[in-house]
Design a protein around this ligand. Structure first.
Ligand SMILES: [Zn+2]
Length: 328
């Protein structure tokens, strides 16, 4: 009898015991690709009722790119981190958001006064690290790669052994200069593979960007948010249609107020090539590019800025999900 009671008790409070073990996502050290894979599994096991995991494709060097959905809503919004190698603090931010939202959703609690129950209507898809190859190069340098590949990496990095400035993917393509929206107009930047700014021979040449575009069509998001660093700026405009520009600007203003990030002025000549440029053009729906952290010069933002950025962004996912309810 006692055994039976214990089994029933375990079934009832088992998941609570798992939660009580403390947070899964550790944001106090550089967030690596292997950490990401480990955490994705742990999150799915801990929150089976609210988290679903998918793989959108593989990088050029063969790493799987995970996507994590929080919520059970049939409609979606999409959040992306680490388009750029040196911007992995955006992965820490999104992973933390996934865990916090899953905890709140299962307990039906609010996050910064925002109801997590919105996730019953609108799910949030996260791709926390679109560019794991680039992140690994930036964090670990060439020793993490096969000897035969090291020479090419060095050449793409201007023969500099310091890889902290690495922005591109694993084969020297800048993933946020790859999307078919004004791509032809991107004139500046190197004409061959490089640690930054090389736009590729044609749009969606990089496997990572092709996978993201395919996935985006598949989930049909109502709003997209693509996190970058640095400078505490919020981009929201790329030739938005007249019928929707005011709607998008209003959301941008709210997002700017929530994060304290300065709203970027619509440029006179928008160059394009970025994910949100493409999303705005293709879907006629809002997309935002927040640049987290105070400005750092050609490197990753320091870990010390994480808590401040988390405070600013903690509510962004739920706020965007709320805004999505009004989008067609
Ligand atoms: Zn970036």
């Amino acid at each position: 009898m006692l055994q039976k009671v214990l089994i029933v008790l375990f079934i009832l409070i088992g998941p609570t015991i798992v939660h009580a073990e403390g947070p899964i996502v550790n944001t106090s050290k550089p967030y690596t690709y292997s950490e990401l894979l480990k955490d994705v599994v742990a999150l799915r096991e801990t929150f089976p009722k609210s988290i679903e995991v998918d793989v959108i494709g593989e990088t050029t060097l063969g790493r799987e790119i995970p996507a994590i959905k929080v919520g059970n809503g049939k409609k979606h919004v999409l959040f992306i981190g680490s388009h750029h190698g040196r911007e992995w603090l955006t992965t820490s931010l999104l992973m933390k958001m996934i865990e916090e939202y899953a905890v709140a959703y299962e307990k039906n609690e609010t996050v910064m006064n925002l109801e997590s129950s919105i996730l019953n209507d609108i799910s949030i898809w996260f791709i926390p690290m679109l560019n794991p190859d680039g992140v690994m190069i930036q964090q670990e340098g060439i020793t993490a790669f096969p000897l035969a590949y090291q020479q090419l990496l060095l050449e793409m990095n201007q023969n500099d052994l310091d890889f902290k400035k690495w922005k591109a993917n694993g084969i020297g393509i800048d993933l946020n200069r790859q999307y078919p929206a004004g791509w032809e107009k991107l004139k500046k930047g190197p004409t061959t593979q490089s640690y930054q700014f090389y736009k590729g021979k044609h749009p969606l040449e990089a496997k990572e960007t092709k996978a993201l575009v395919d996935f985006t069509y598949q989930i049909d998001p109502l709003i997209s948010v693509s996190y970058h660093s640095s400078g505490r700026v919020l981009y929201w405009y790329y030739k938005n249609d007249l019928q929707v520009v005011n709607r998008d600007y209003r959301i941008a203003k709210r997002l700017s107020k929530l994060t304290g990030y300065k709203l970027a002025k619509p440029p006179k000549k928008a160059t394009g090539g970025g994910f949100t440029d493409w999303f705005i053009t293709e879907f006629k729906r809002p997309a935002f590019t927040p640049e987290i952290s105070y400005e750092v010069n050609n490197t990753n933002p320091p870990l010390s800025v994480f808590n401040e950025e988390w405070k600013r962004n903690k509510g962004v996912g739920l706020m965007i999900a709320n805004e999505a309810r009004k989008i067609k």
